[in-house]
Design a protein around this ligand. Sequence first.
Ligand SMILES: Cc1cc2nc3c(=O)[nH]c(=O)nc-3n(C[C@H](O)[C@H](O)[C@H](O)COP(=O)(O)O)c2cc1C
Length: 323
Amino acid sequence: MSKNRKDDHINIAKSFKKKSNMFDKILLEGTDLPDLSMDDIDLSTEFLGMKVPYPFYINAMTGGSEKAHKINEFLSKIADHFNLPMVTGSQSIMFKDPSSIDSFKVIRNNHKGIIVGNINPNMTLEQAQVAVSTIQANALSIHLNVIQELVMNEGDRDFRLWSNHIESVVKHLNKPVIVKQVGLGLSLKTIQKIKTLGVKYIDVSGSGGTSFIDIESTRSAKDYSYLNDFSIDTAQALINLKNEKDLEIYASGGIRHPLDVIKSLILGAKACGLSKWFLDLTDLEFAAAVKKVEEFIEDLKKIMLILGVSSLKDLKQVTYNIV
Ligand SMILES: Cc1cc2nc3c(=O)[nH]c(=O)nc-3n(C[C@H](O)[C@H](O)[C@H](O)COP(=O)(O)O)c2cc1C
């Protein structure tokens, strides 16, 4: 990825406004007799098999430019402050431009907690190992983005090695590997294939938030918005996977506020990734950003209390209506 492309993505993603999505159609019932206090609420869970205090994380965004370095520096300090897992942006650029390495290393310099590397499936097992070791990552994410590549003039056109690379990385990396989309949603067809490759963790990363079709359409001034037809809303992607037993499922794409997190967990997600929400925090002073995350955590607890539920595992029993 070119340095400018990364900066374009940041600027264009920031300019998009919040929109309605399928989480708005999922309605929950509250109770005025929860028999609980705020102190009873426990938000702790596991992320890729590792203990974490909260069910959300900073999802993949950036690296490779000066602007990306600053964003990673800011967000990794937030991640460290709250012990949130942080997924890096695509590390592919490290292999083309070694000067970009520091914009990824800065994350480990600031954050003692869980870091997840990020590559595309063109990368070989050896490159995946380098990506992980460079930032001492605890896990690796691999992003699938065929439509994004195809709508970019400079994007990939040959996807023959993707499945083989994923299979080999999952088998030999010796770290948890999560396969994610980039905001258009993993289709059931993709997920069936992913399972045959040995993958255990997926982030559906559906539509309803950042759309790379819209970002690339803005960059190239060619309107590809009709391809959003292929996208799968995050809430719908979770509902489609209701009976899935072999995979641990993570949710991202259009998680706008704490209620979207709670709805995702009710729909079966283990935890939620937020990109745009955290990107918007980078406009603030550090103390103001910390306050926003504190409020987010407090509001997660408030919603649990409204539902009369004290632990995340009990959310799975909460019923919902789709309107
Ligand atoms: C500026 C920006 C850059 C991104 N770059 C990457 C990337 O390098 N690798 C990746 O896996 N996903 C990338 N994503 C996709 C996000 O991880 C996420 O899947 C998507 O933005 C949907 O989440 P959101 O609606 O909370 O933004 C990027 C998102 C944004 C906003």
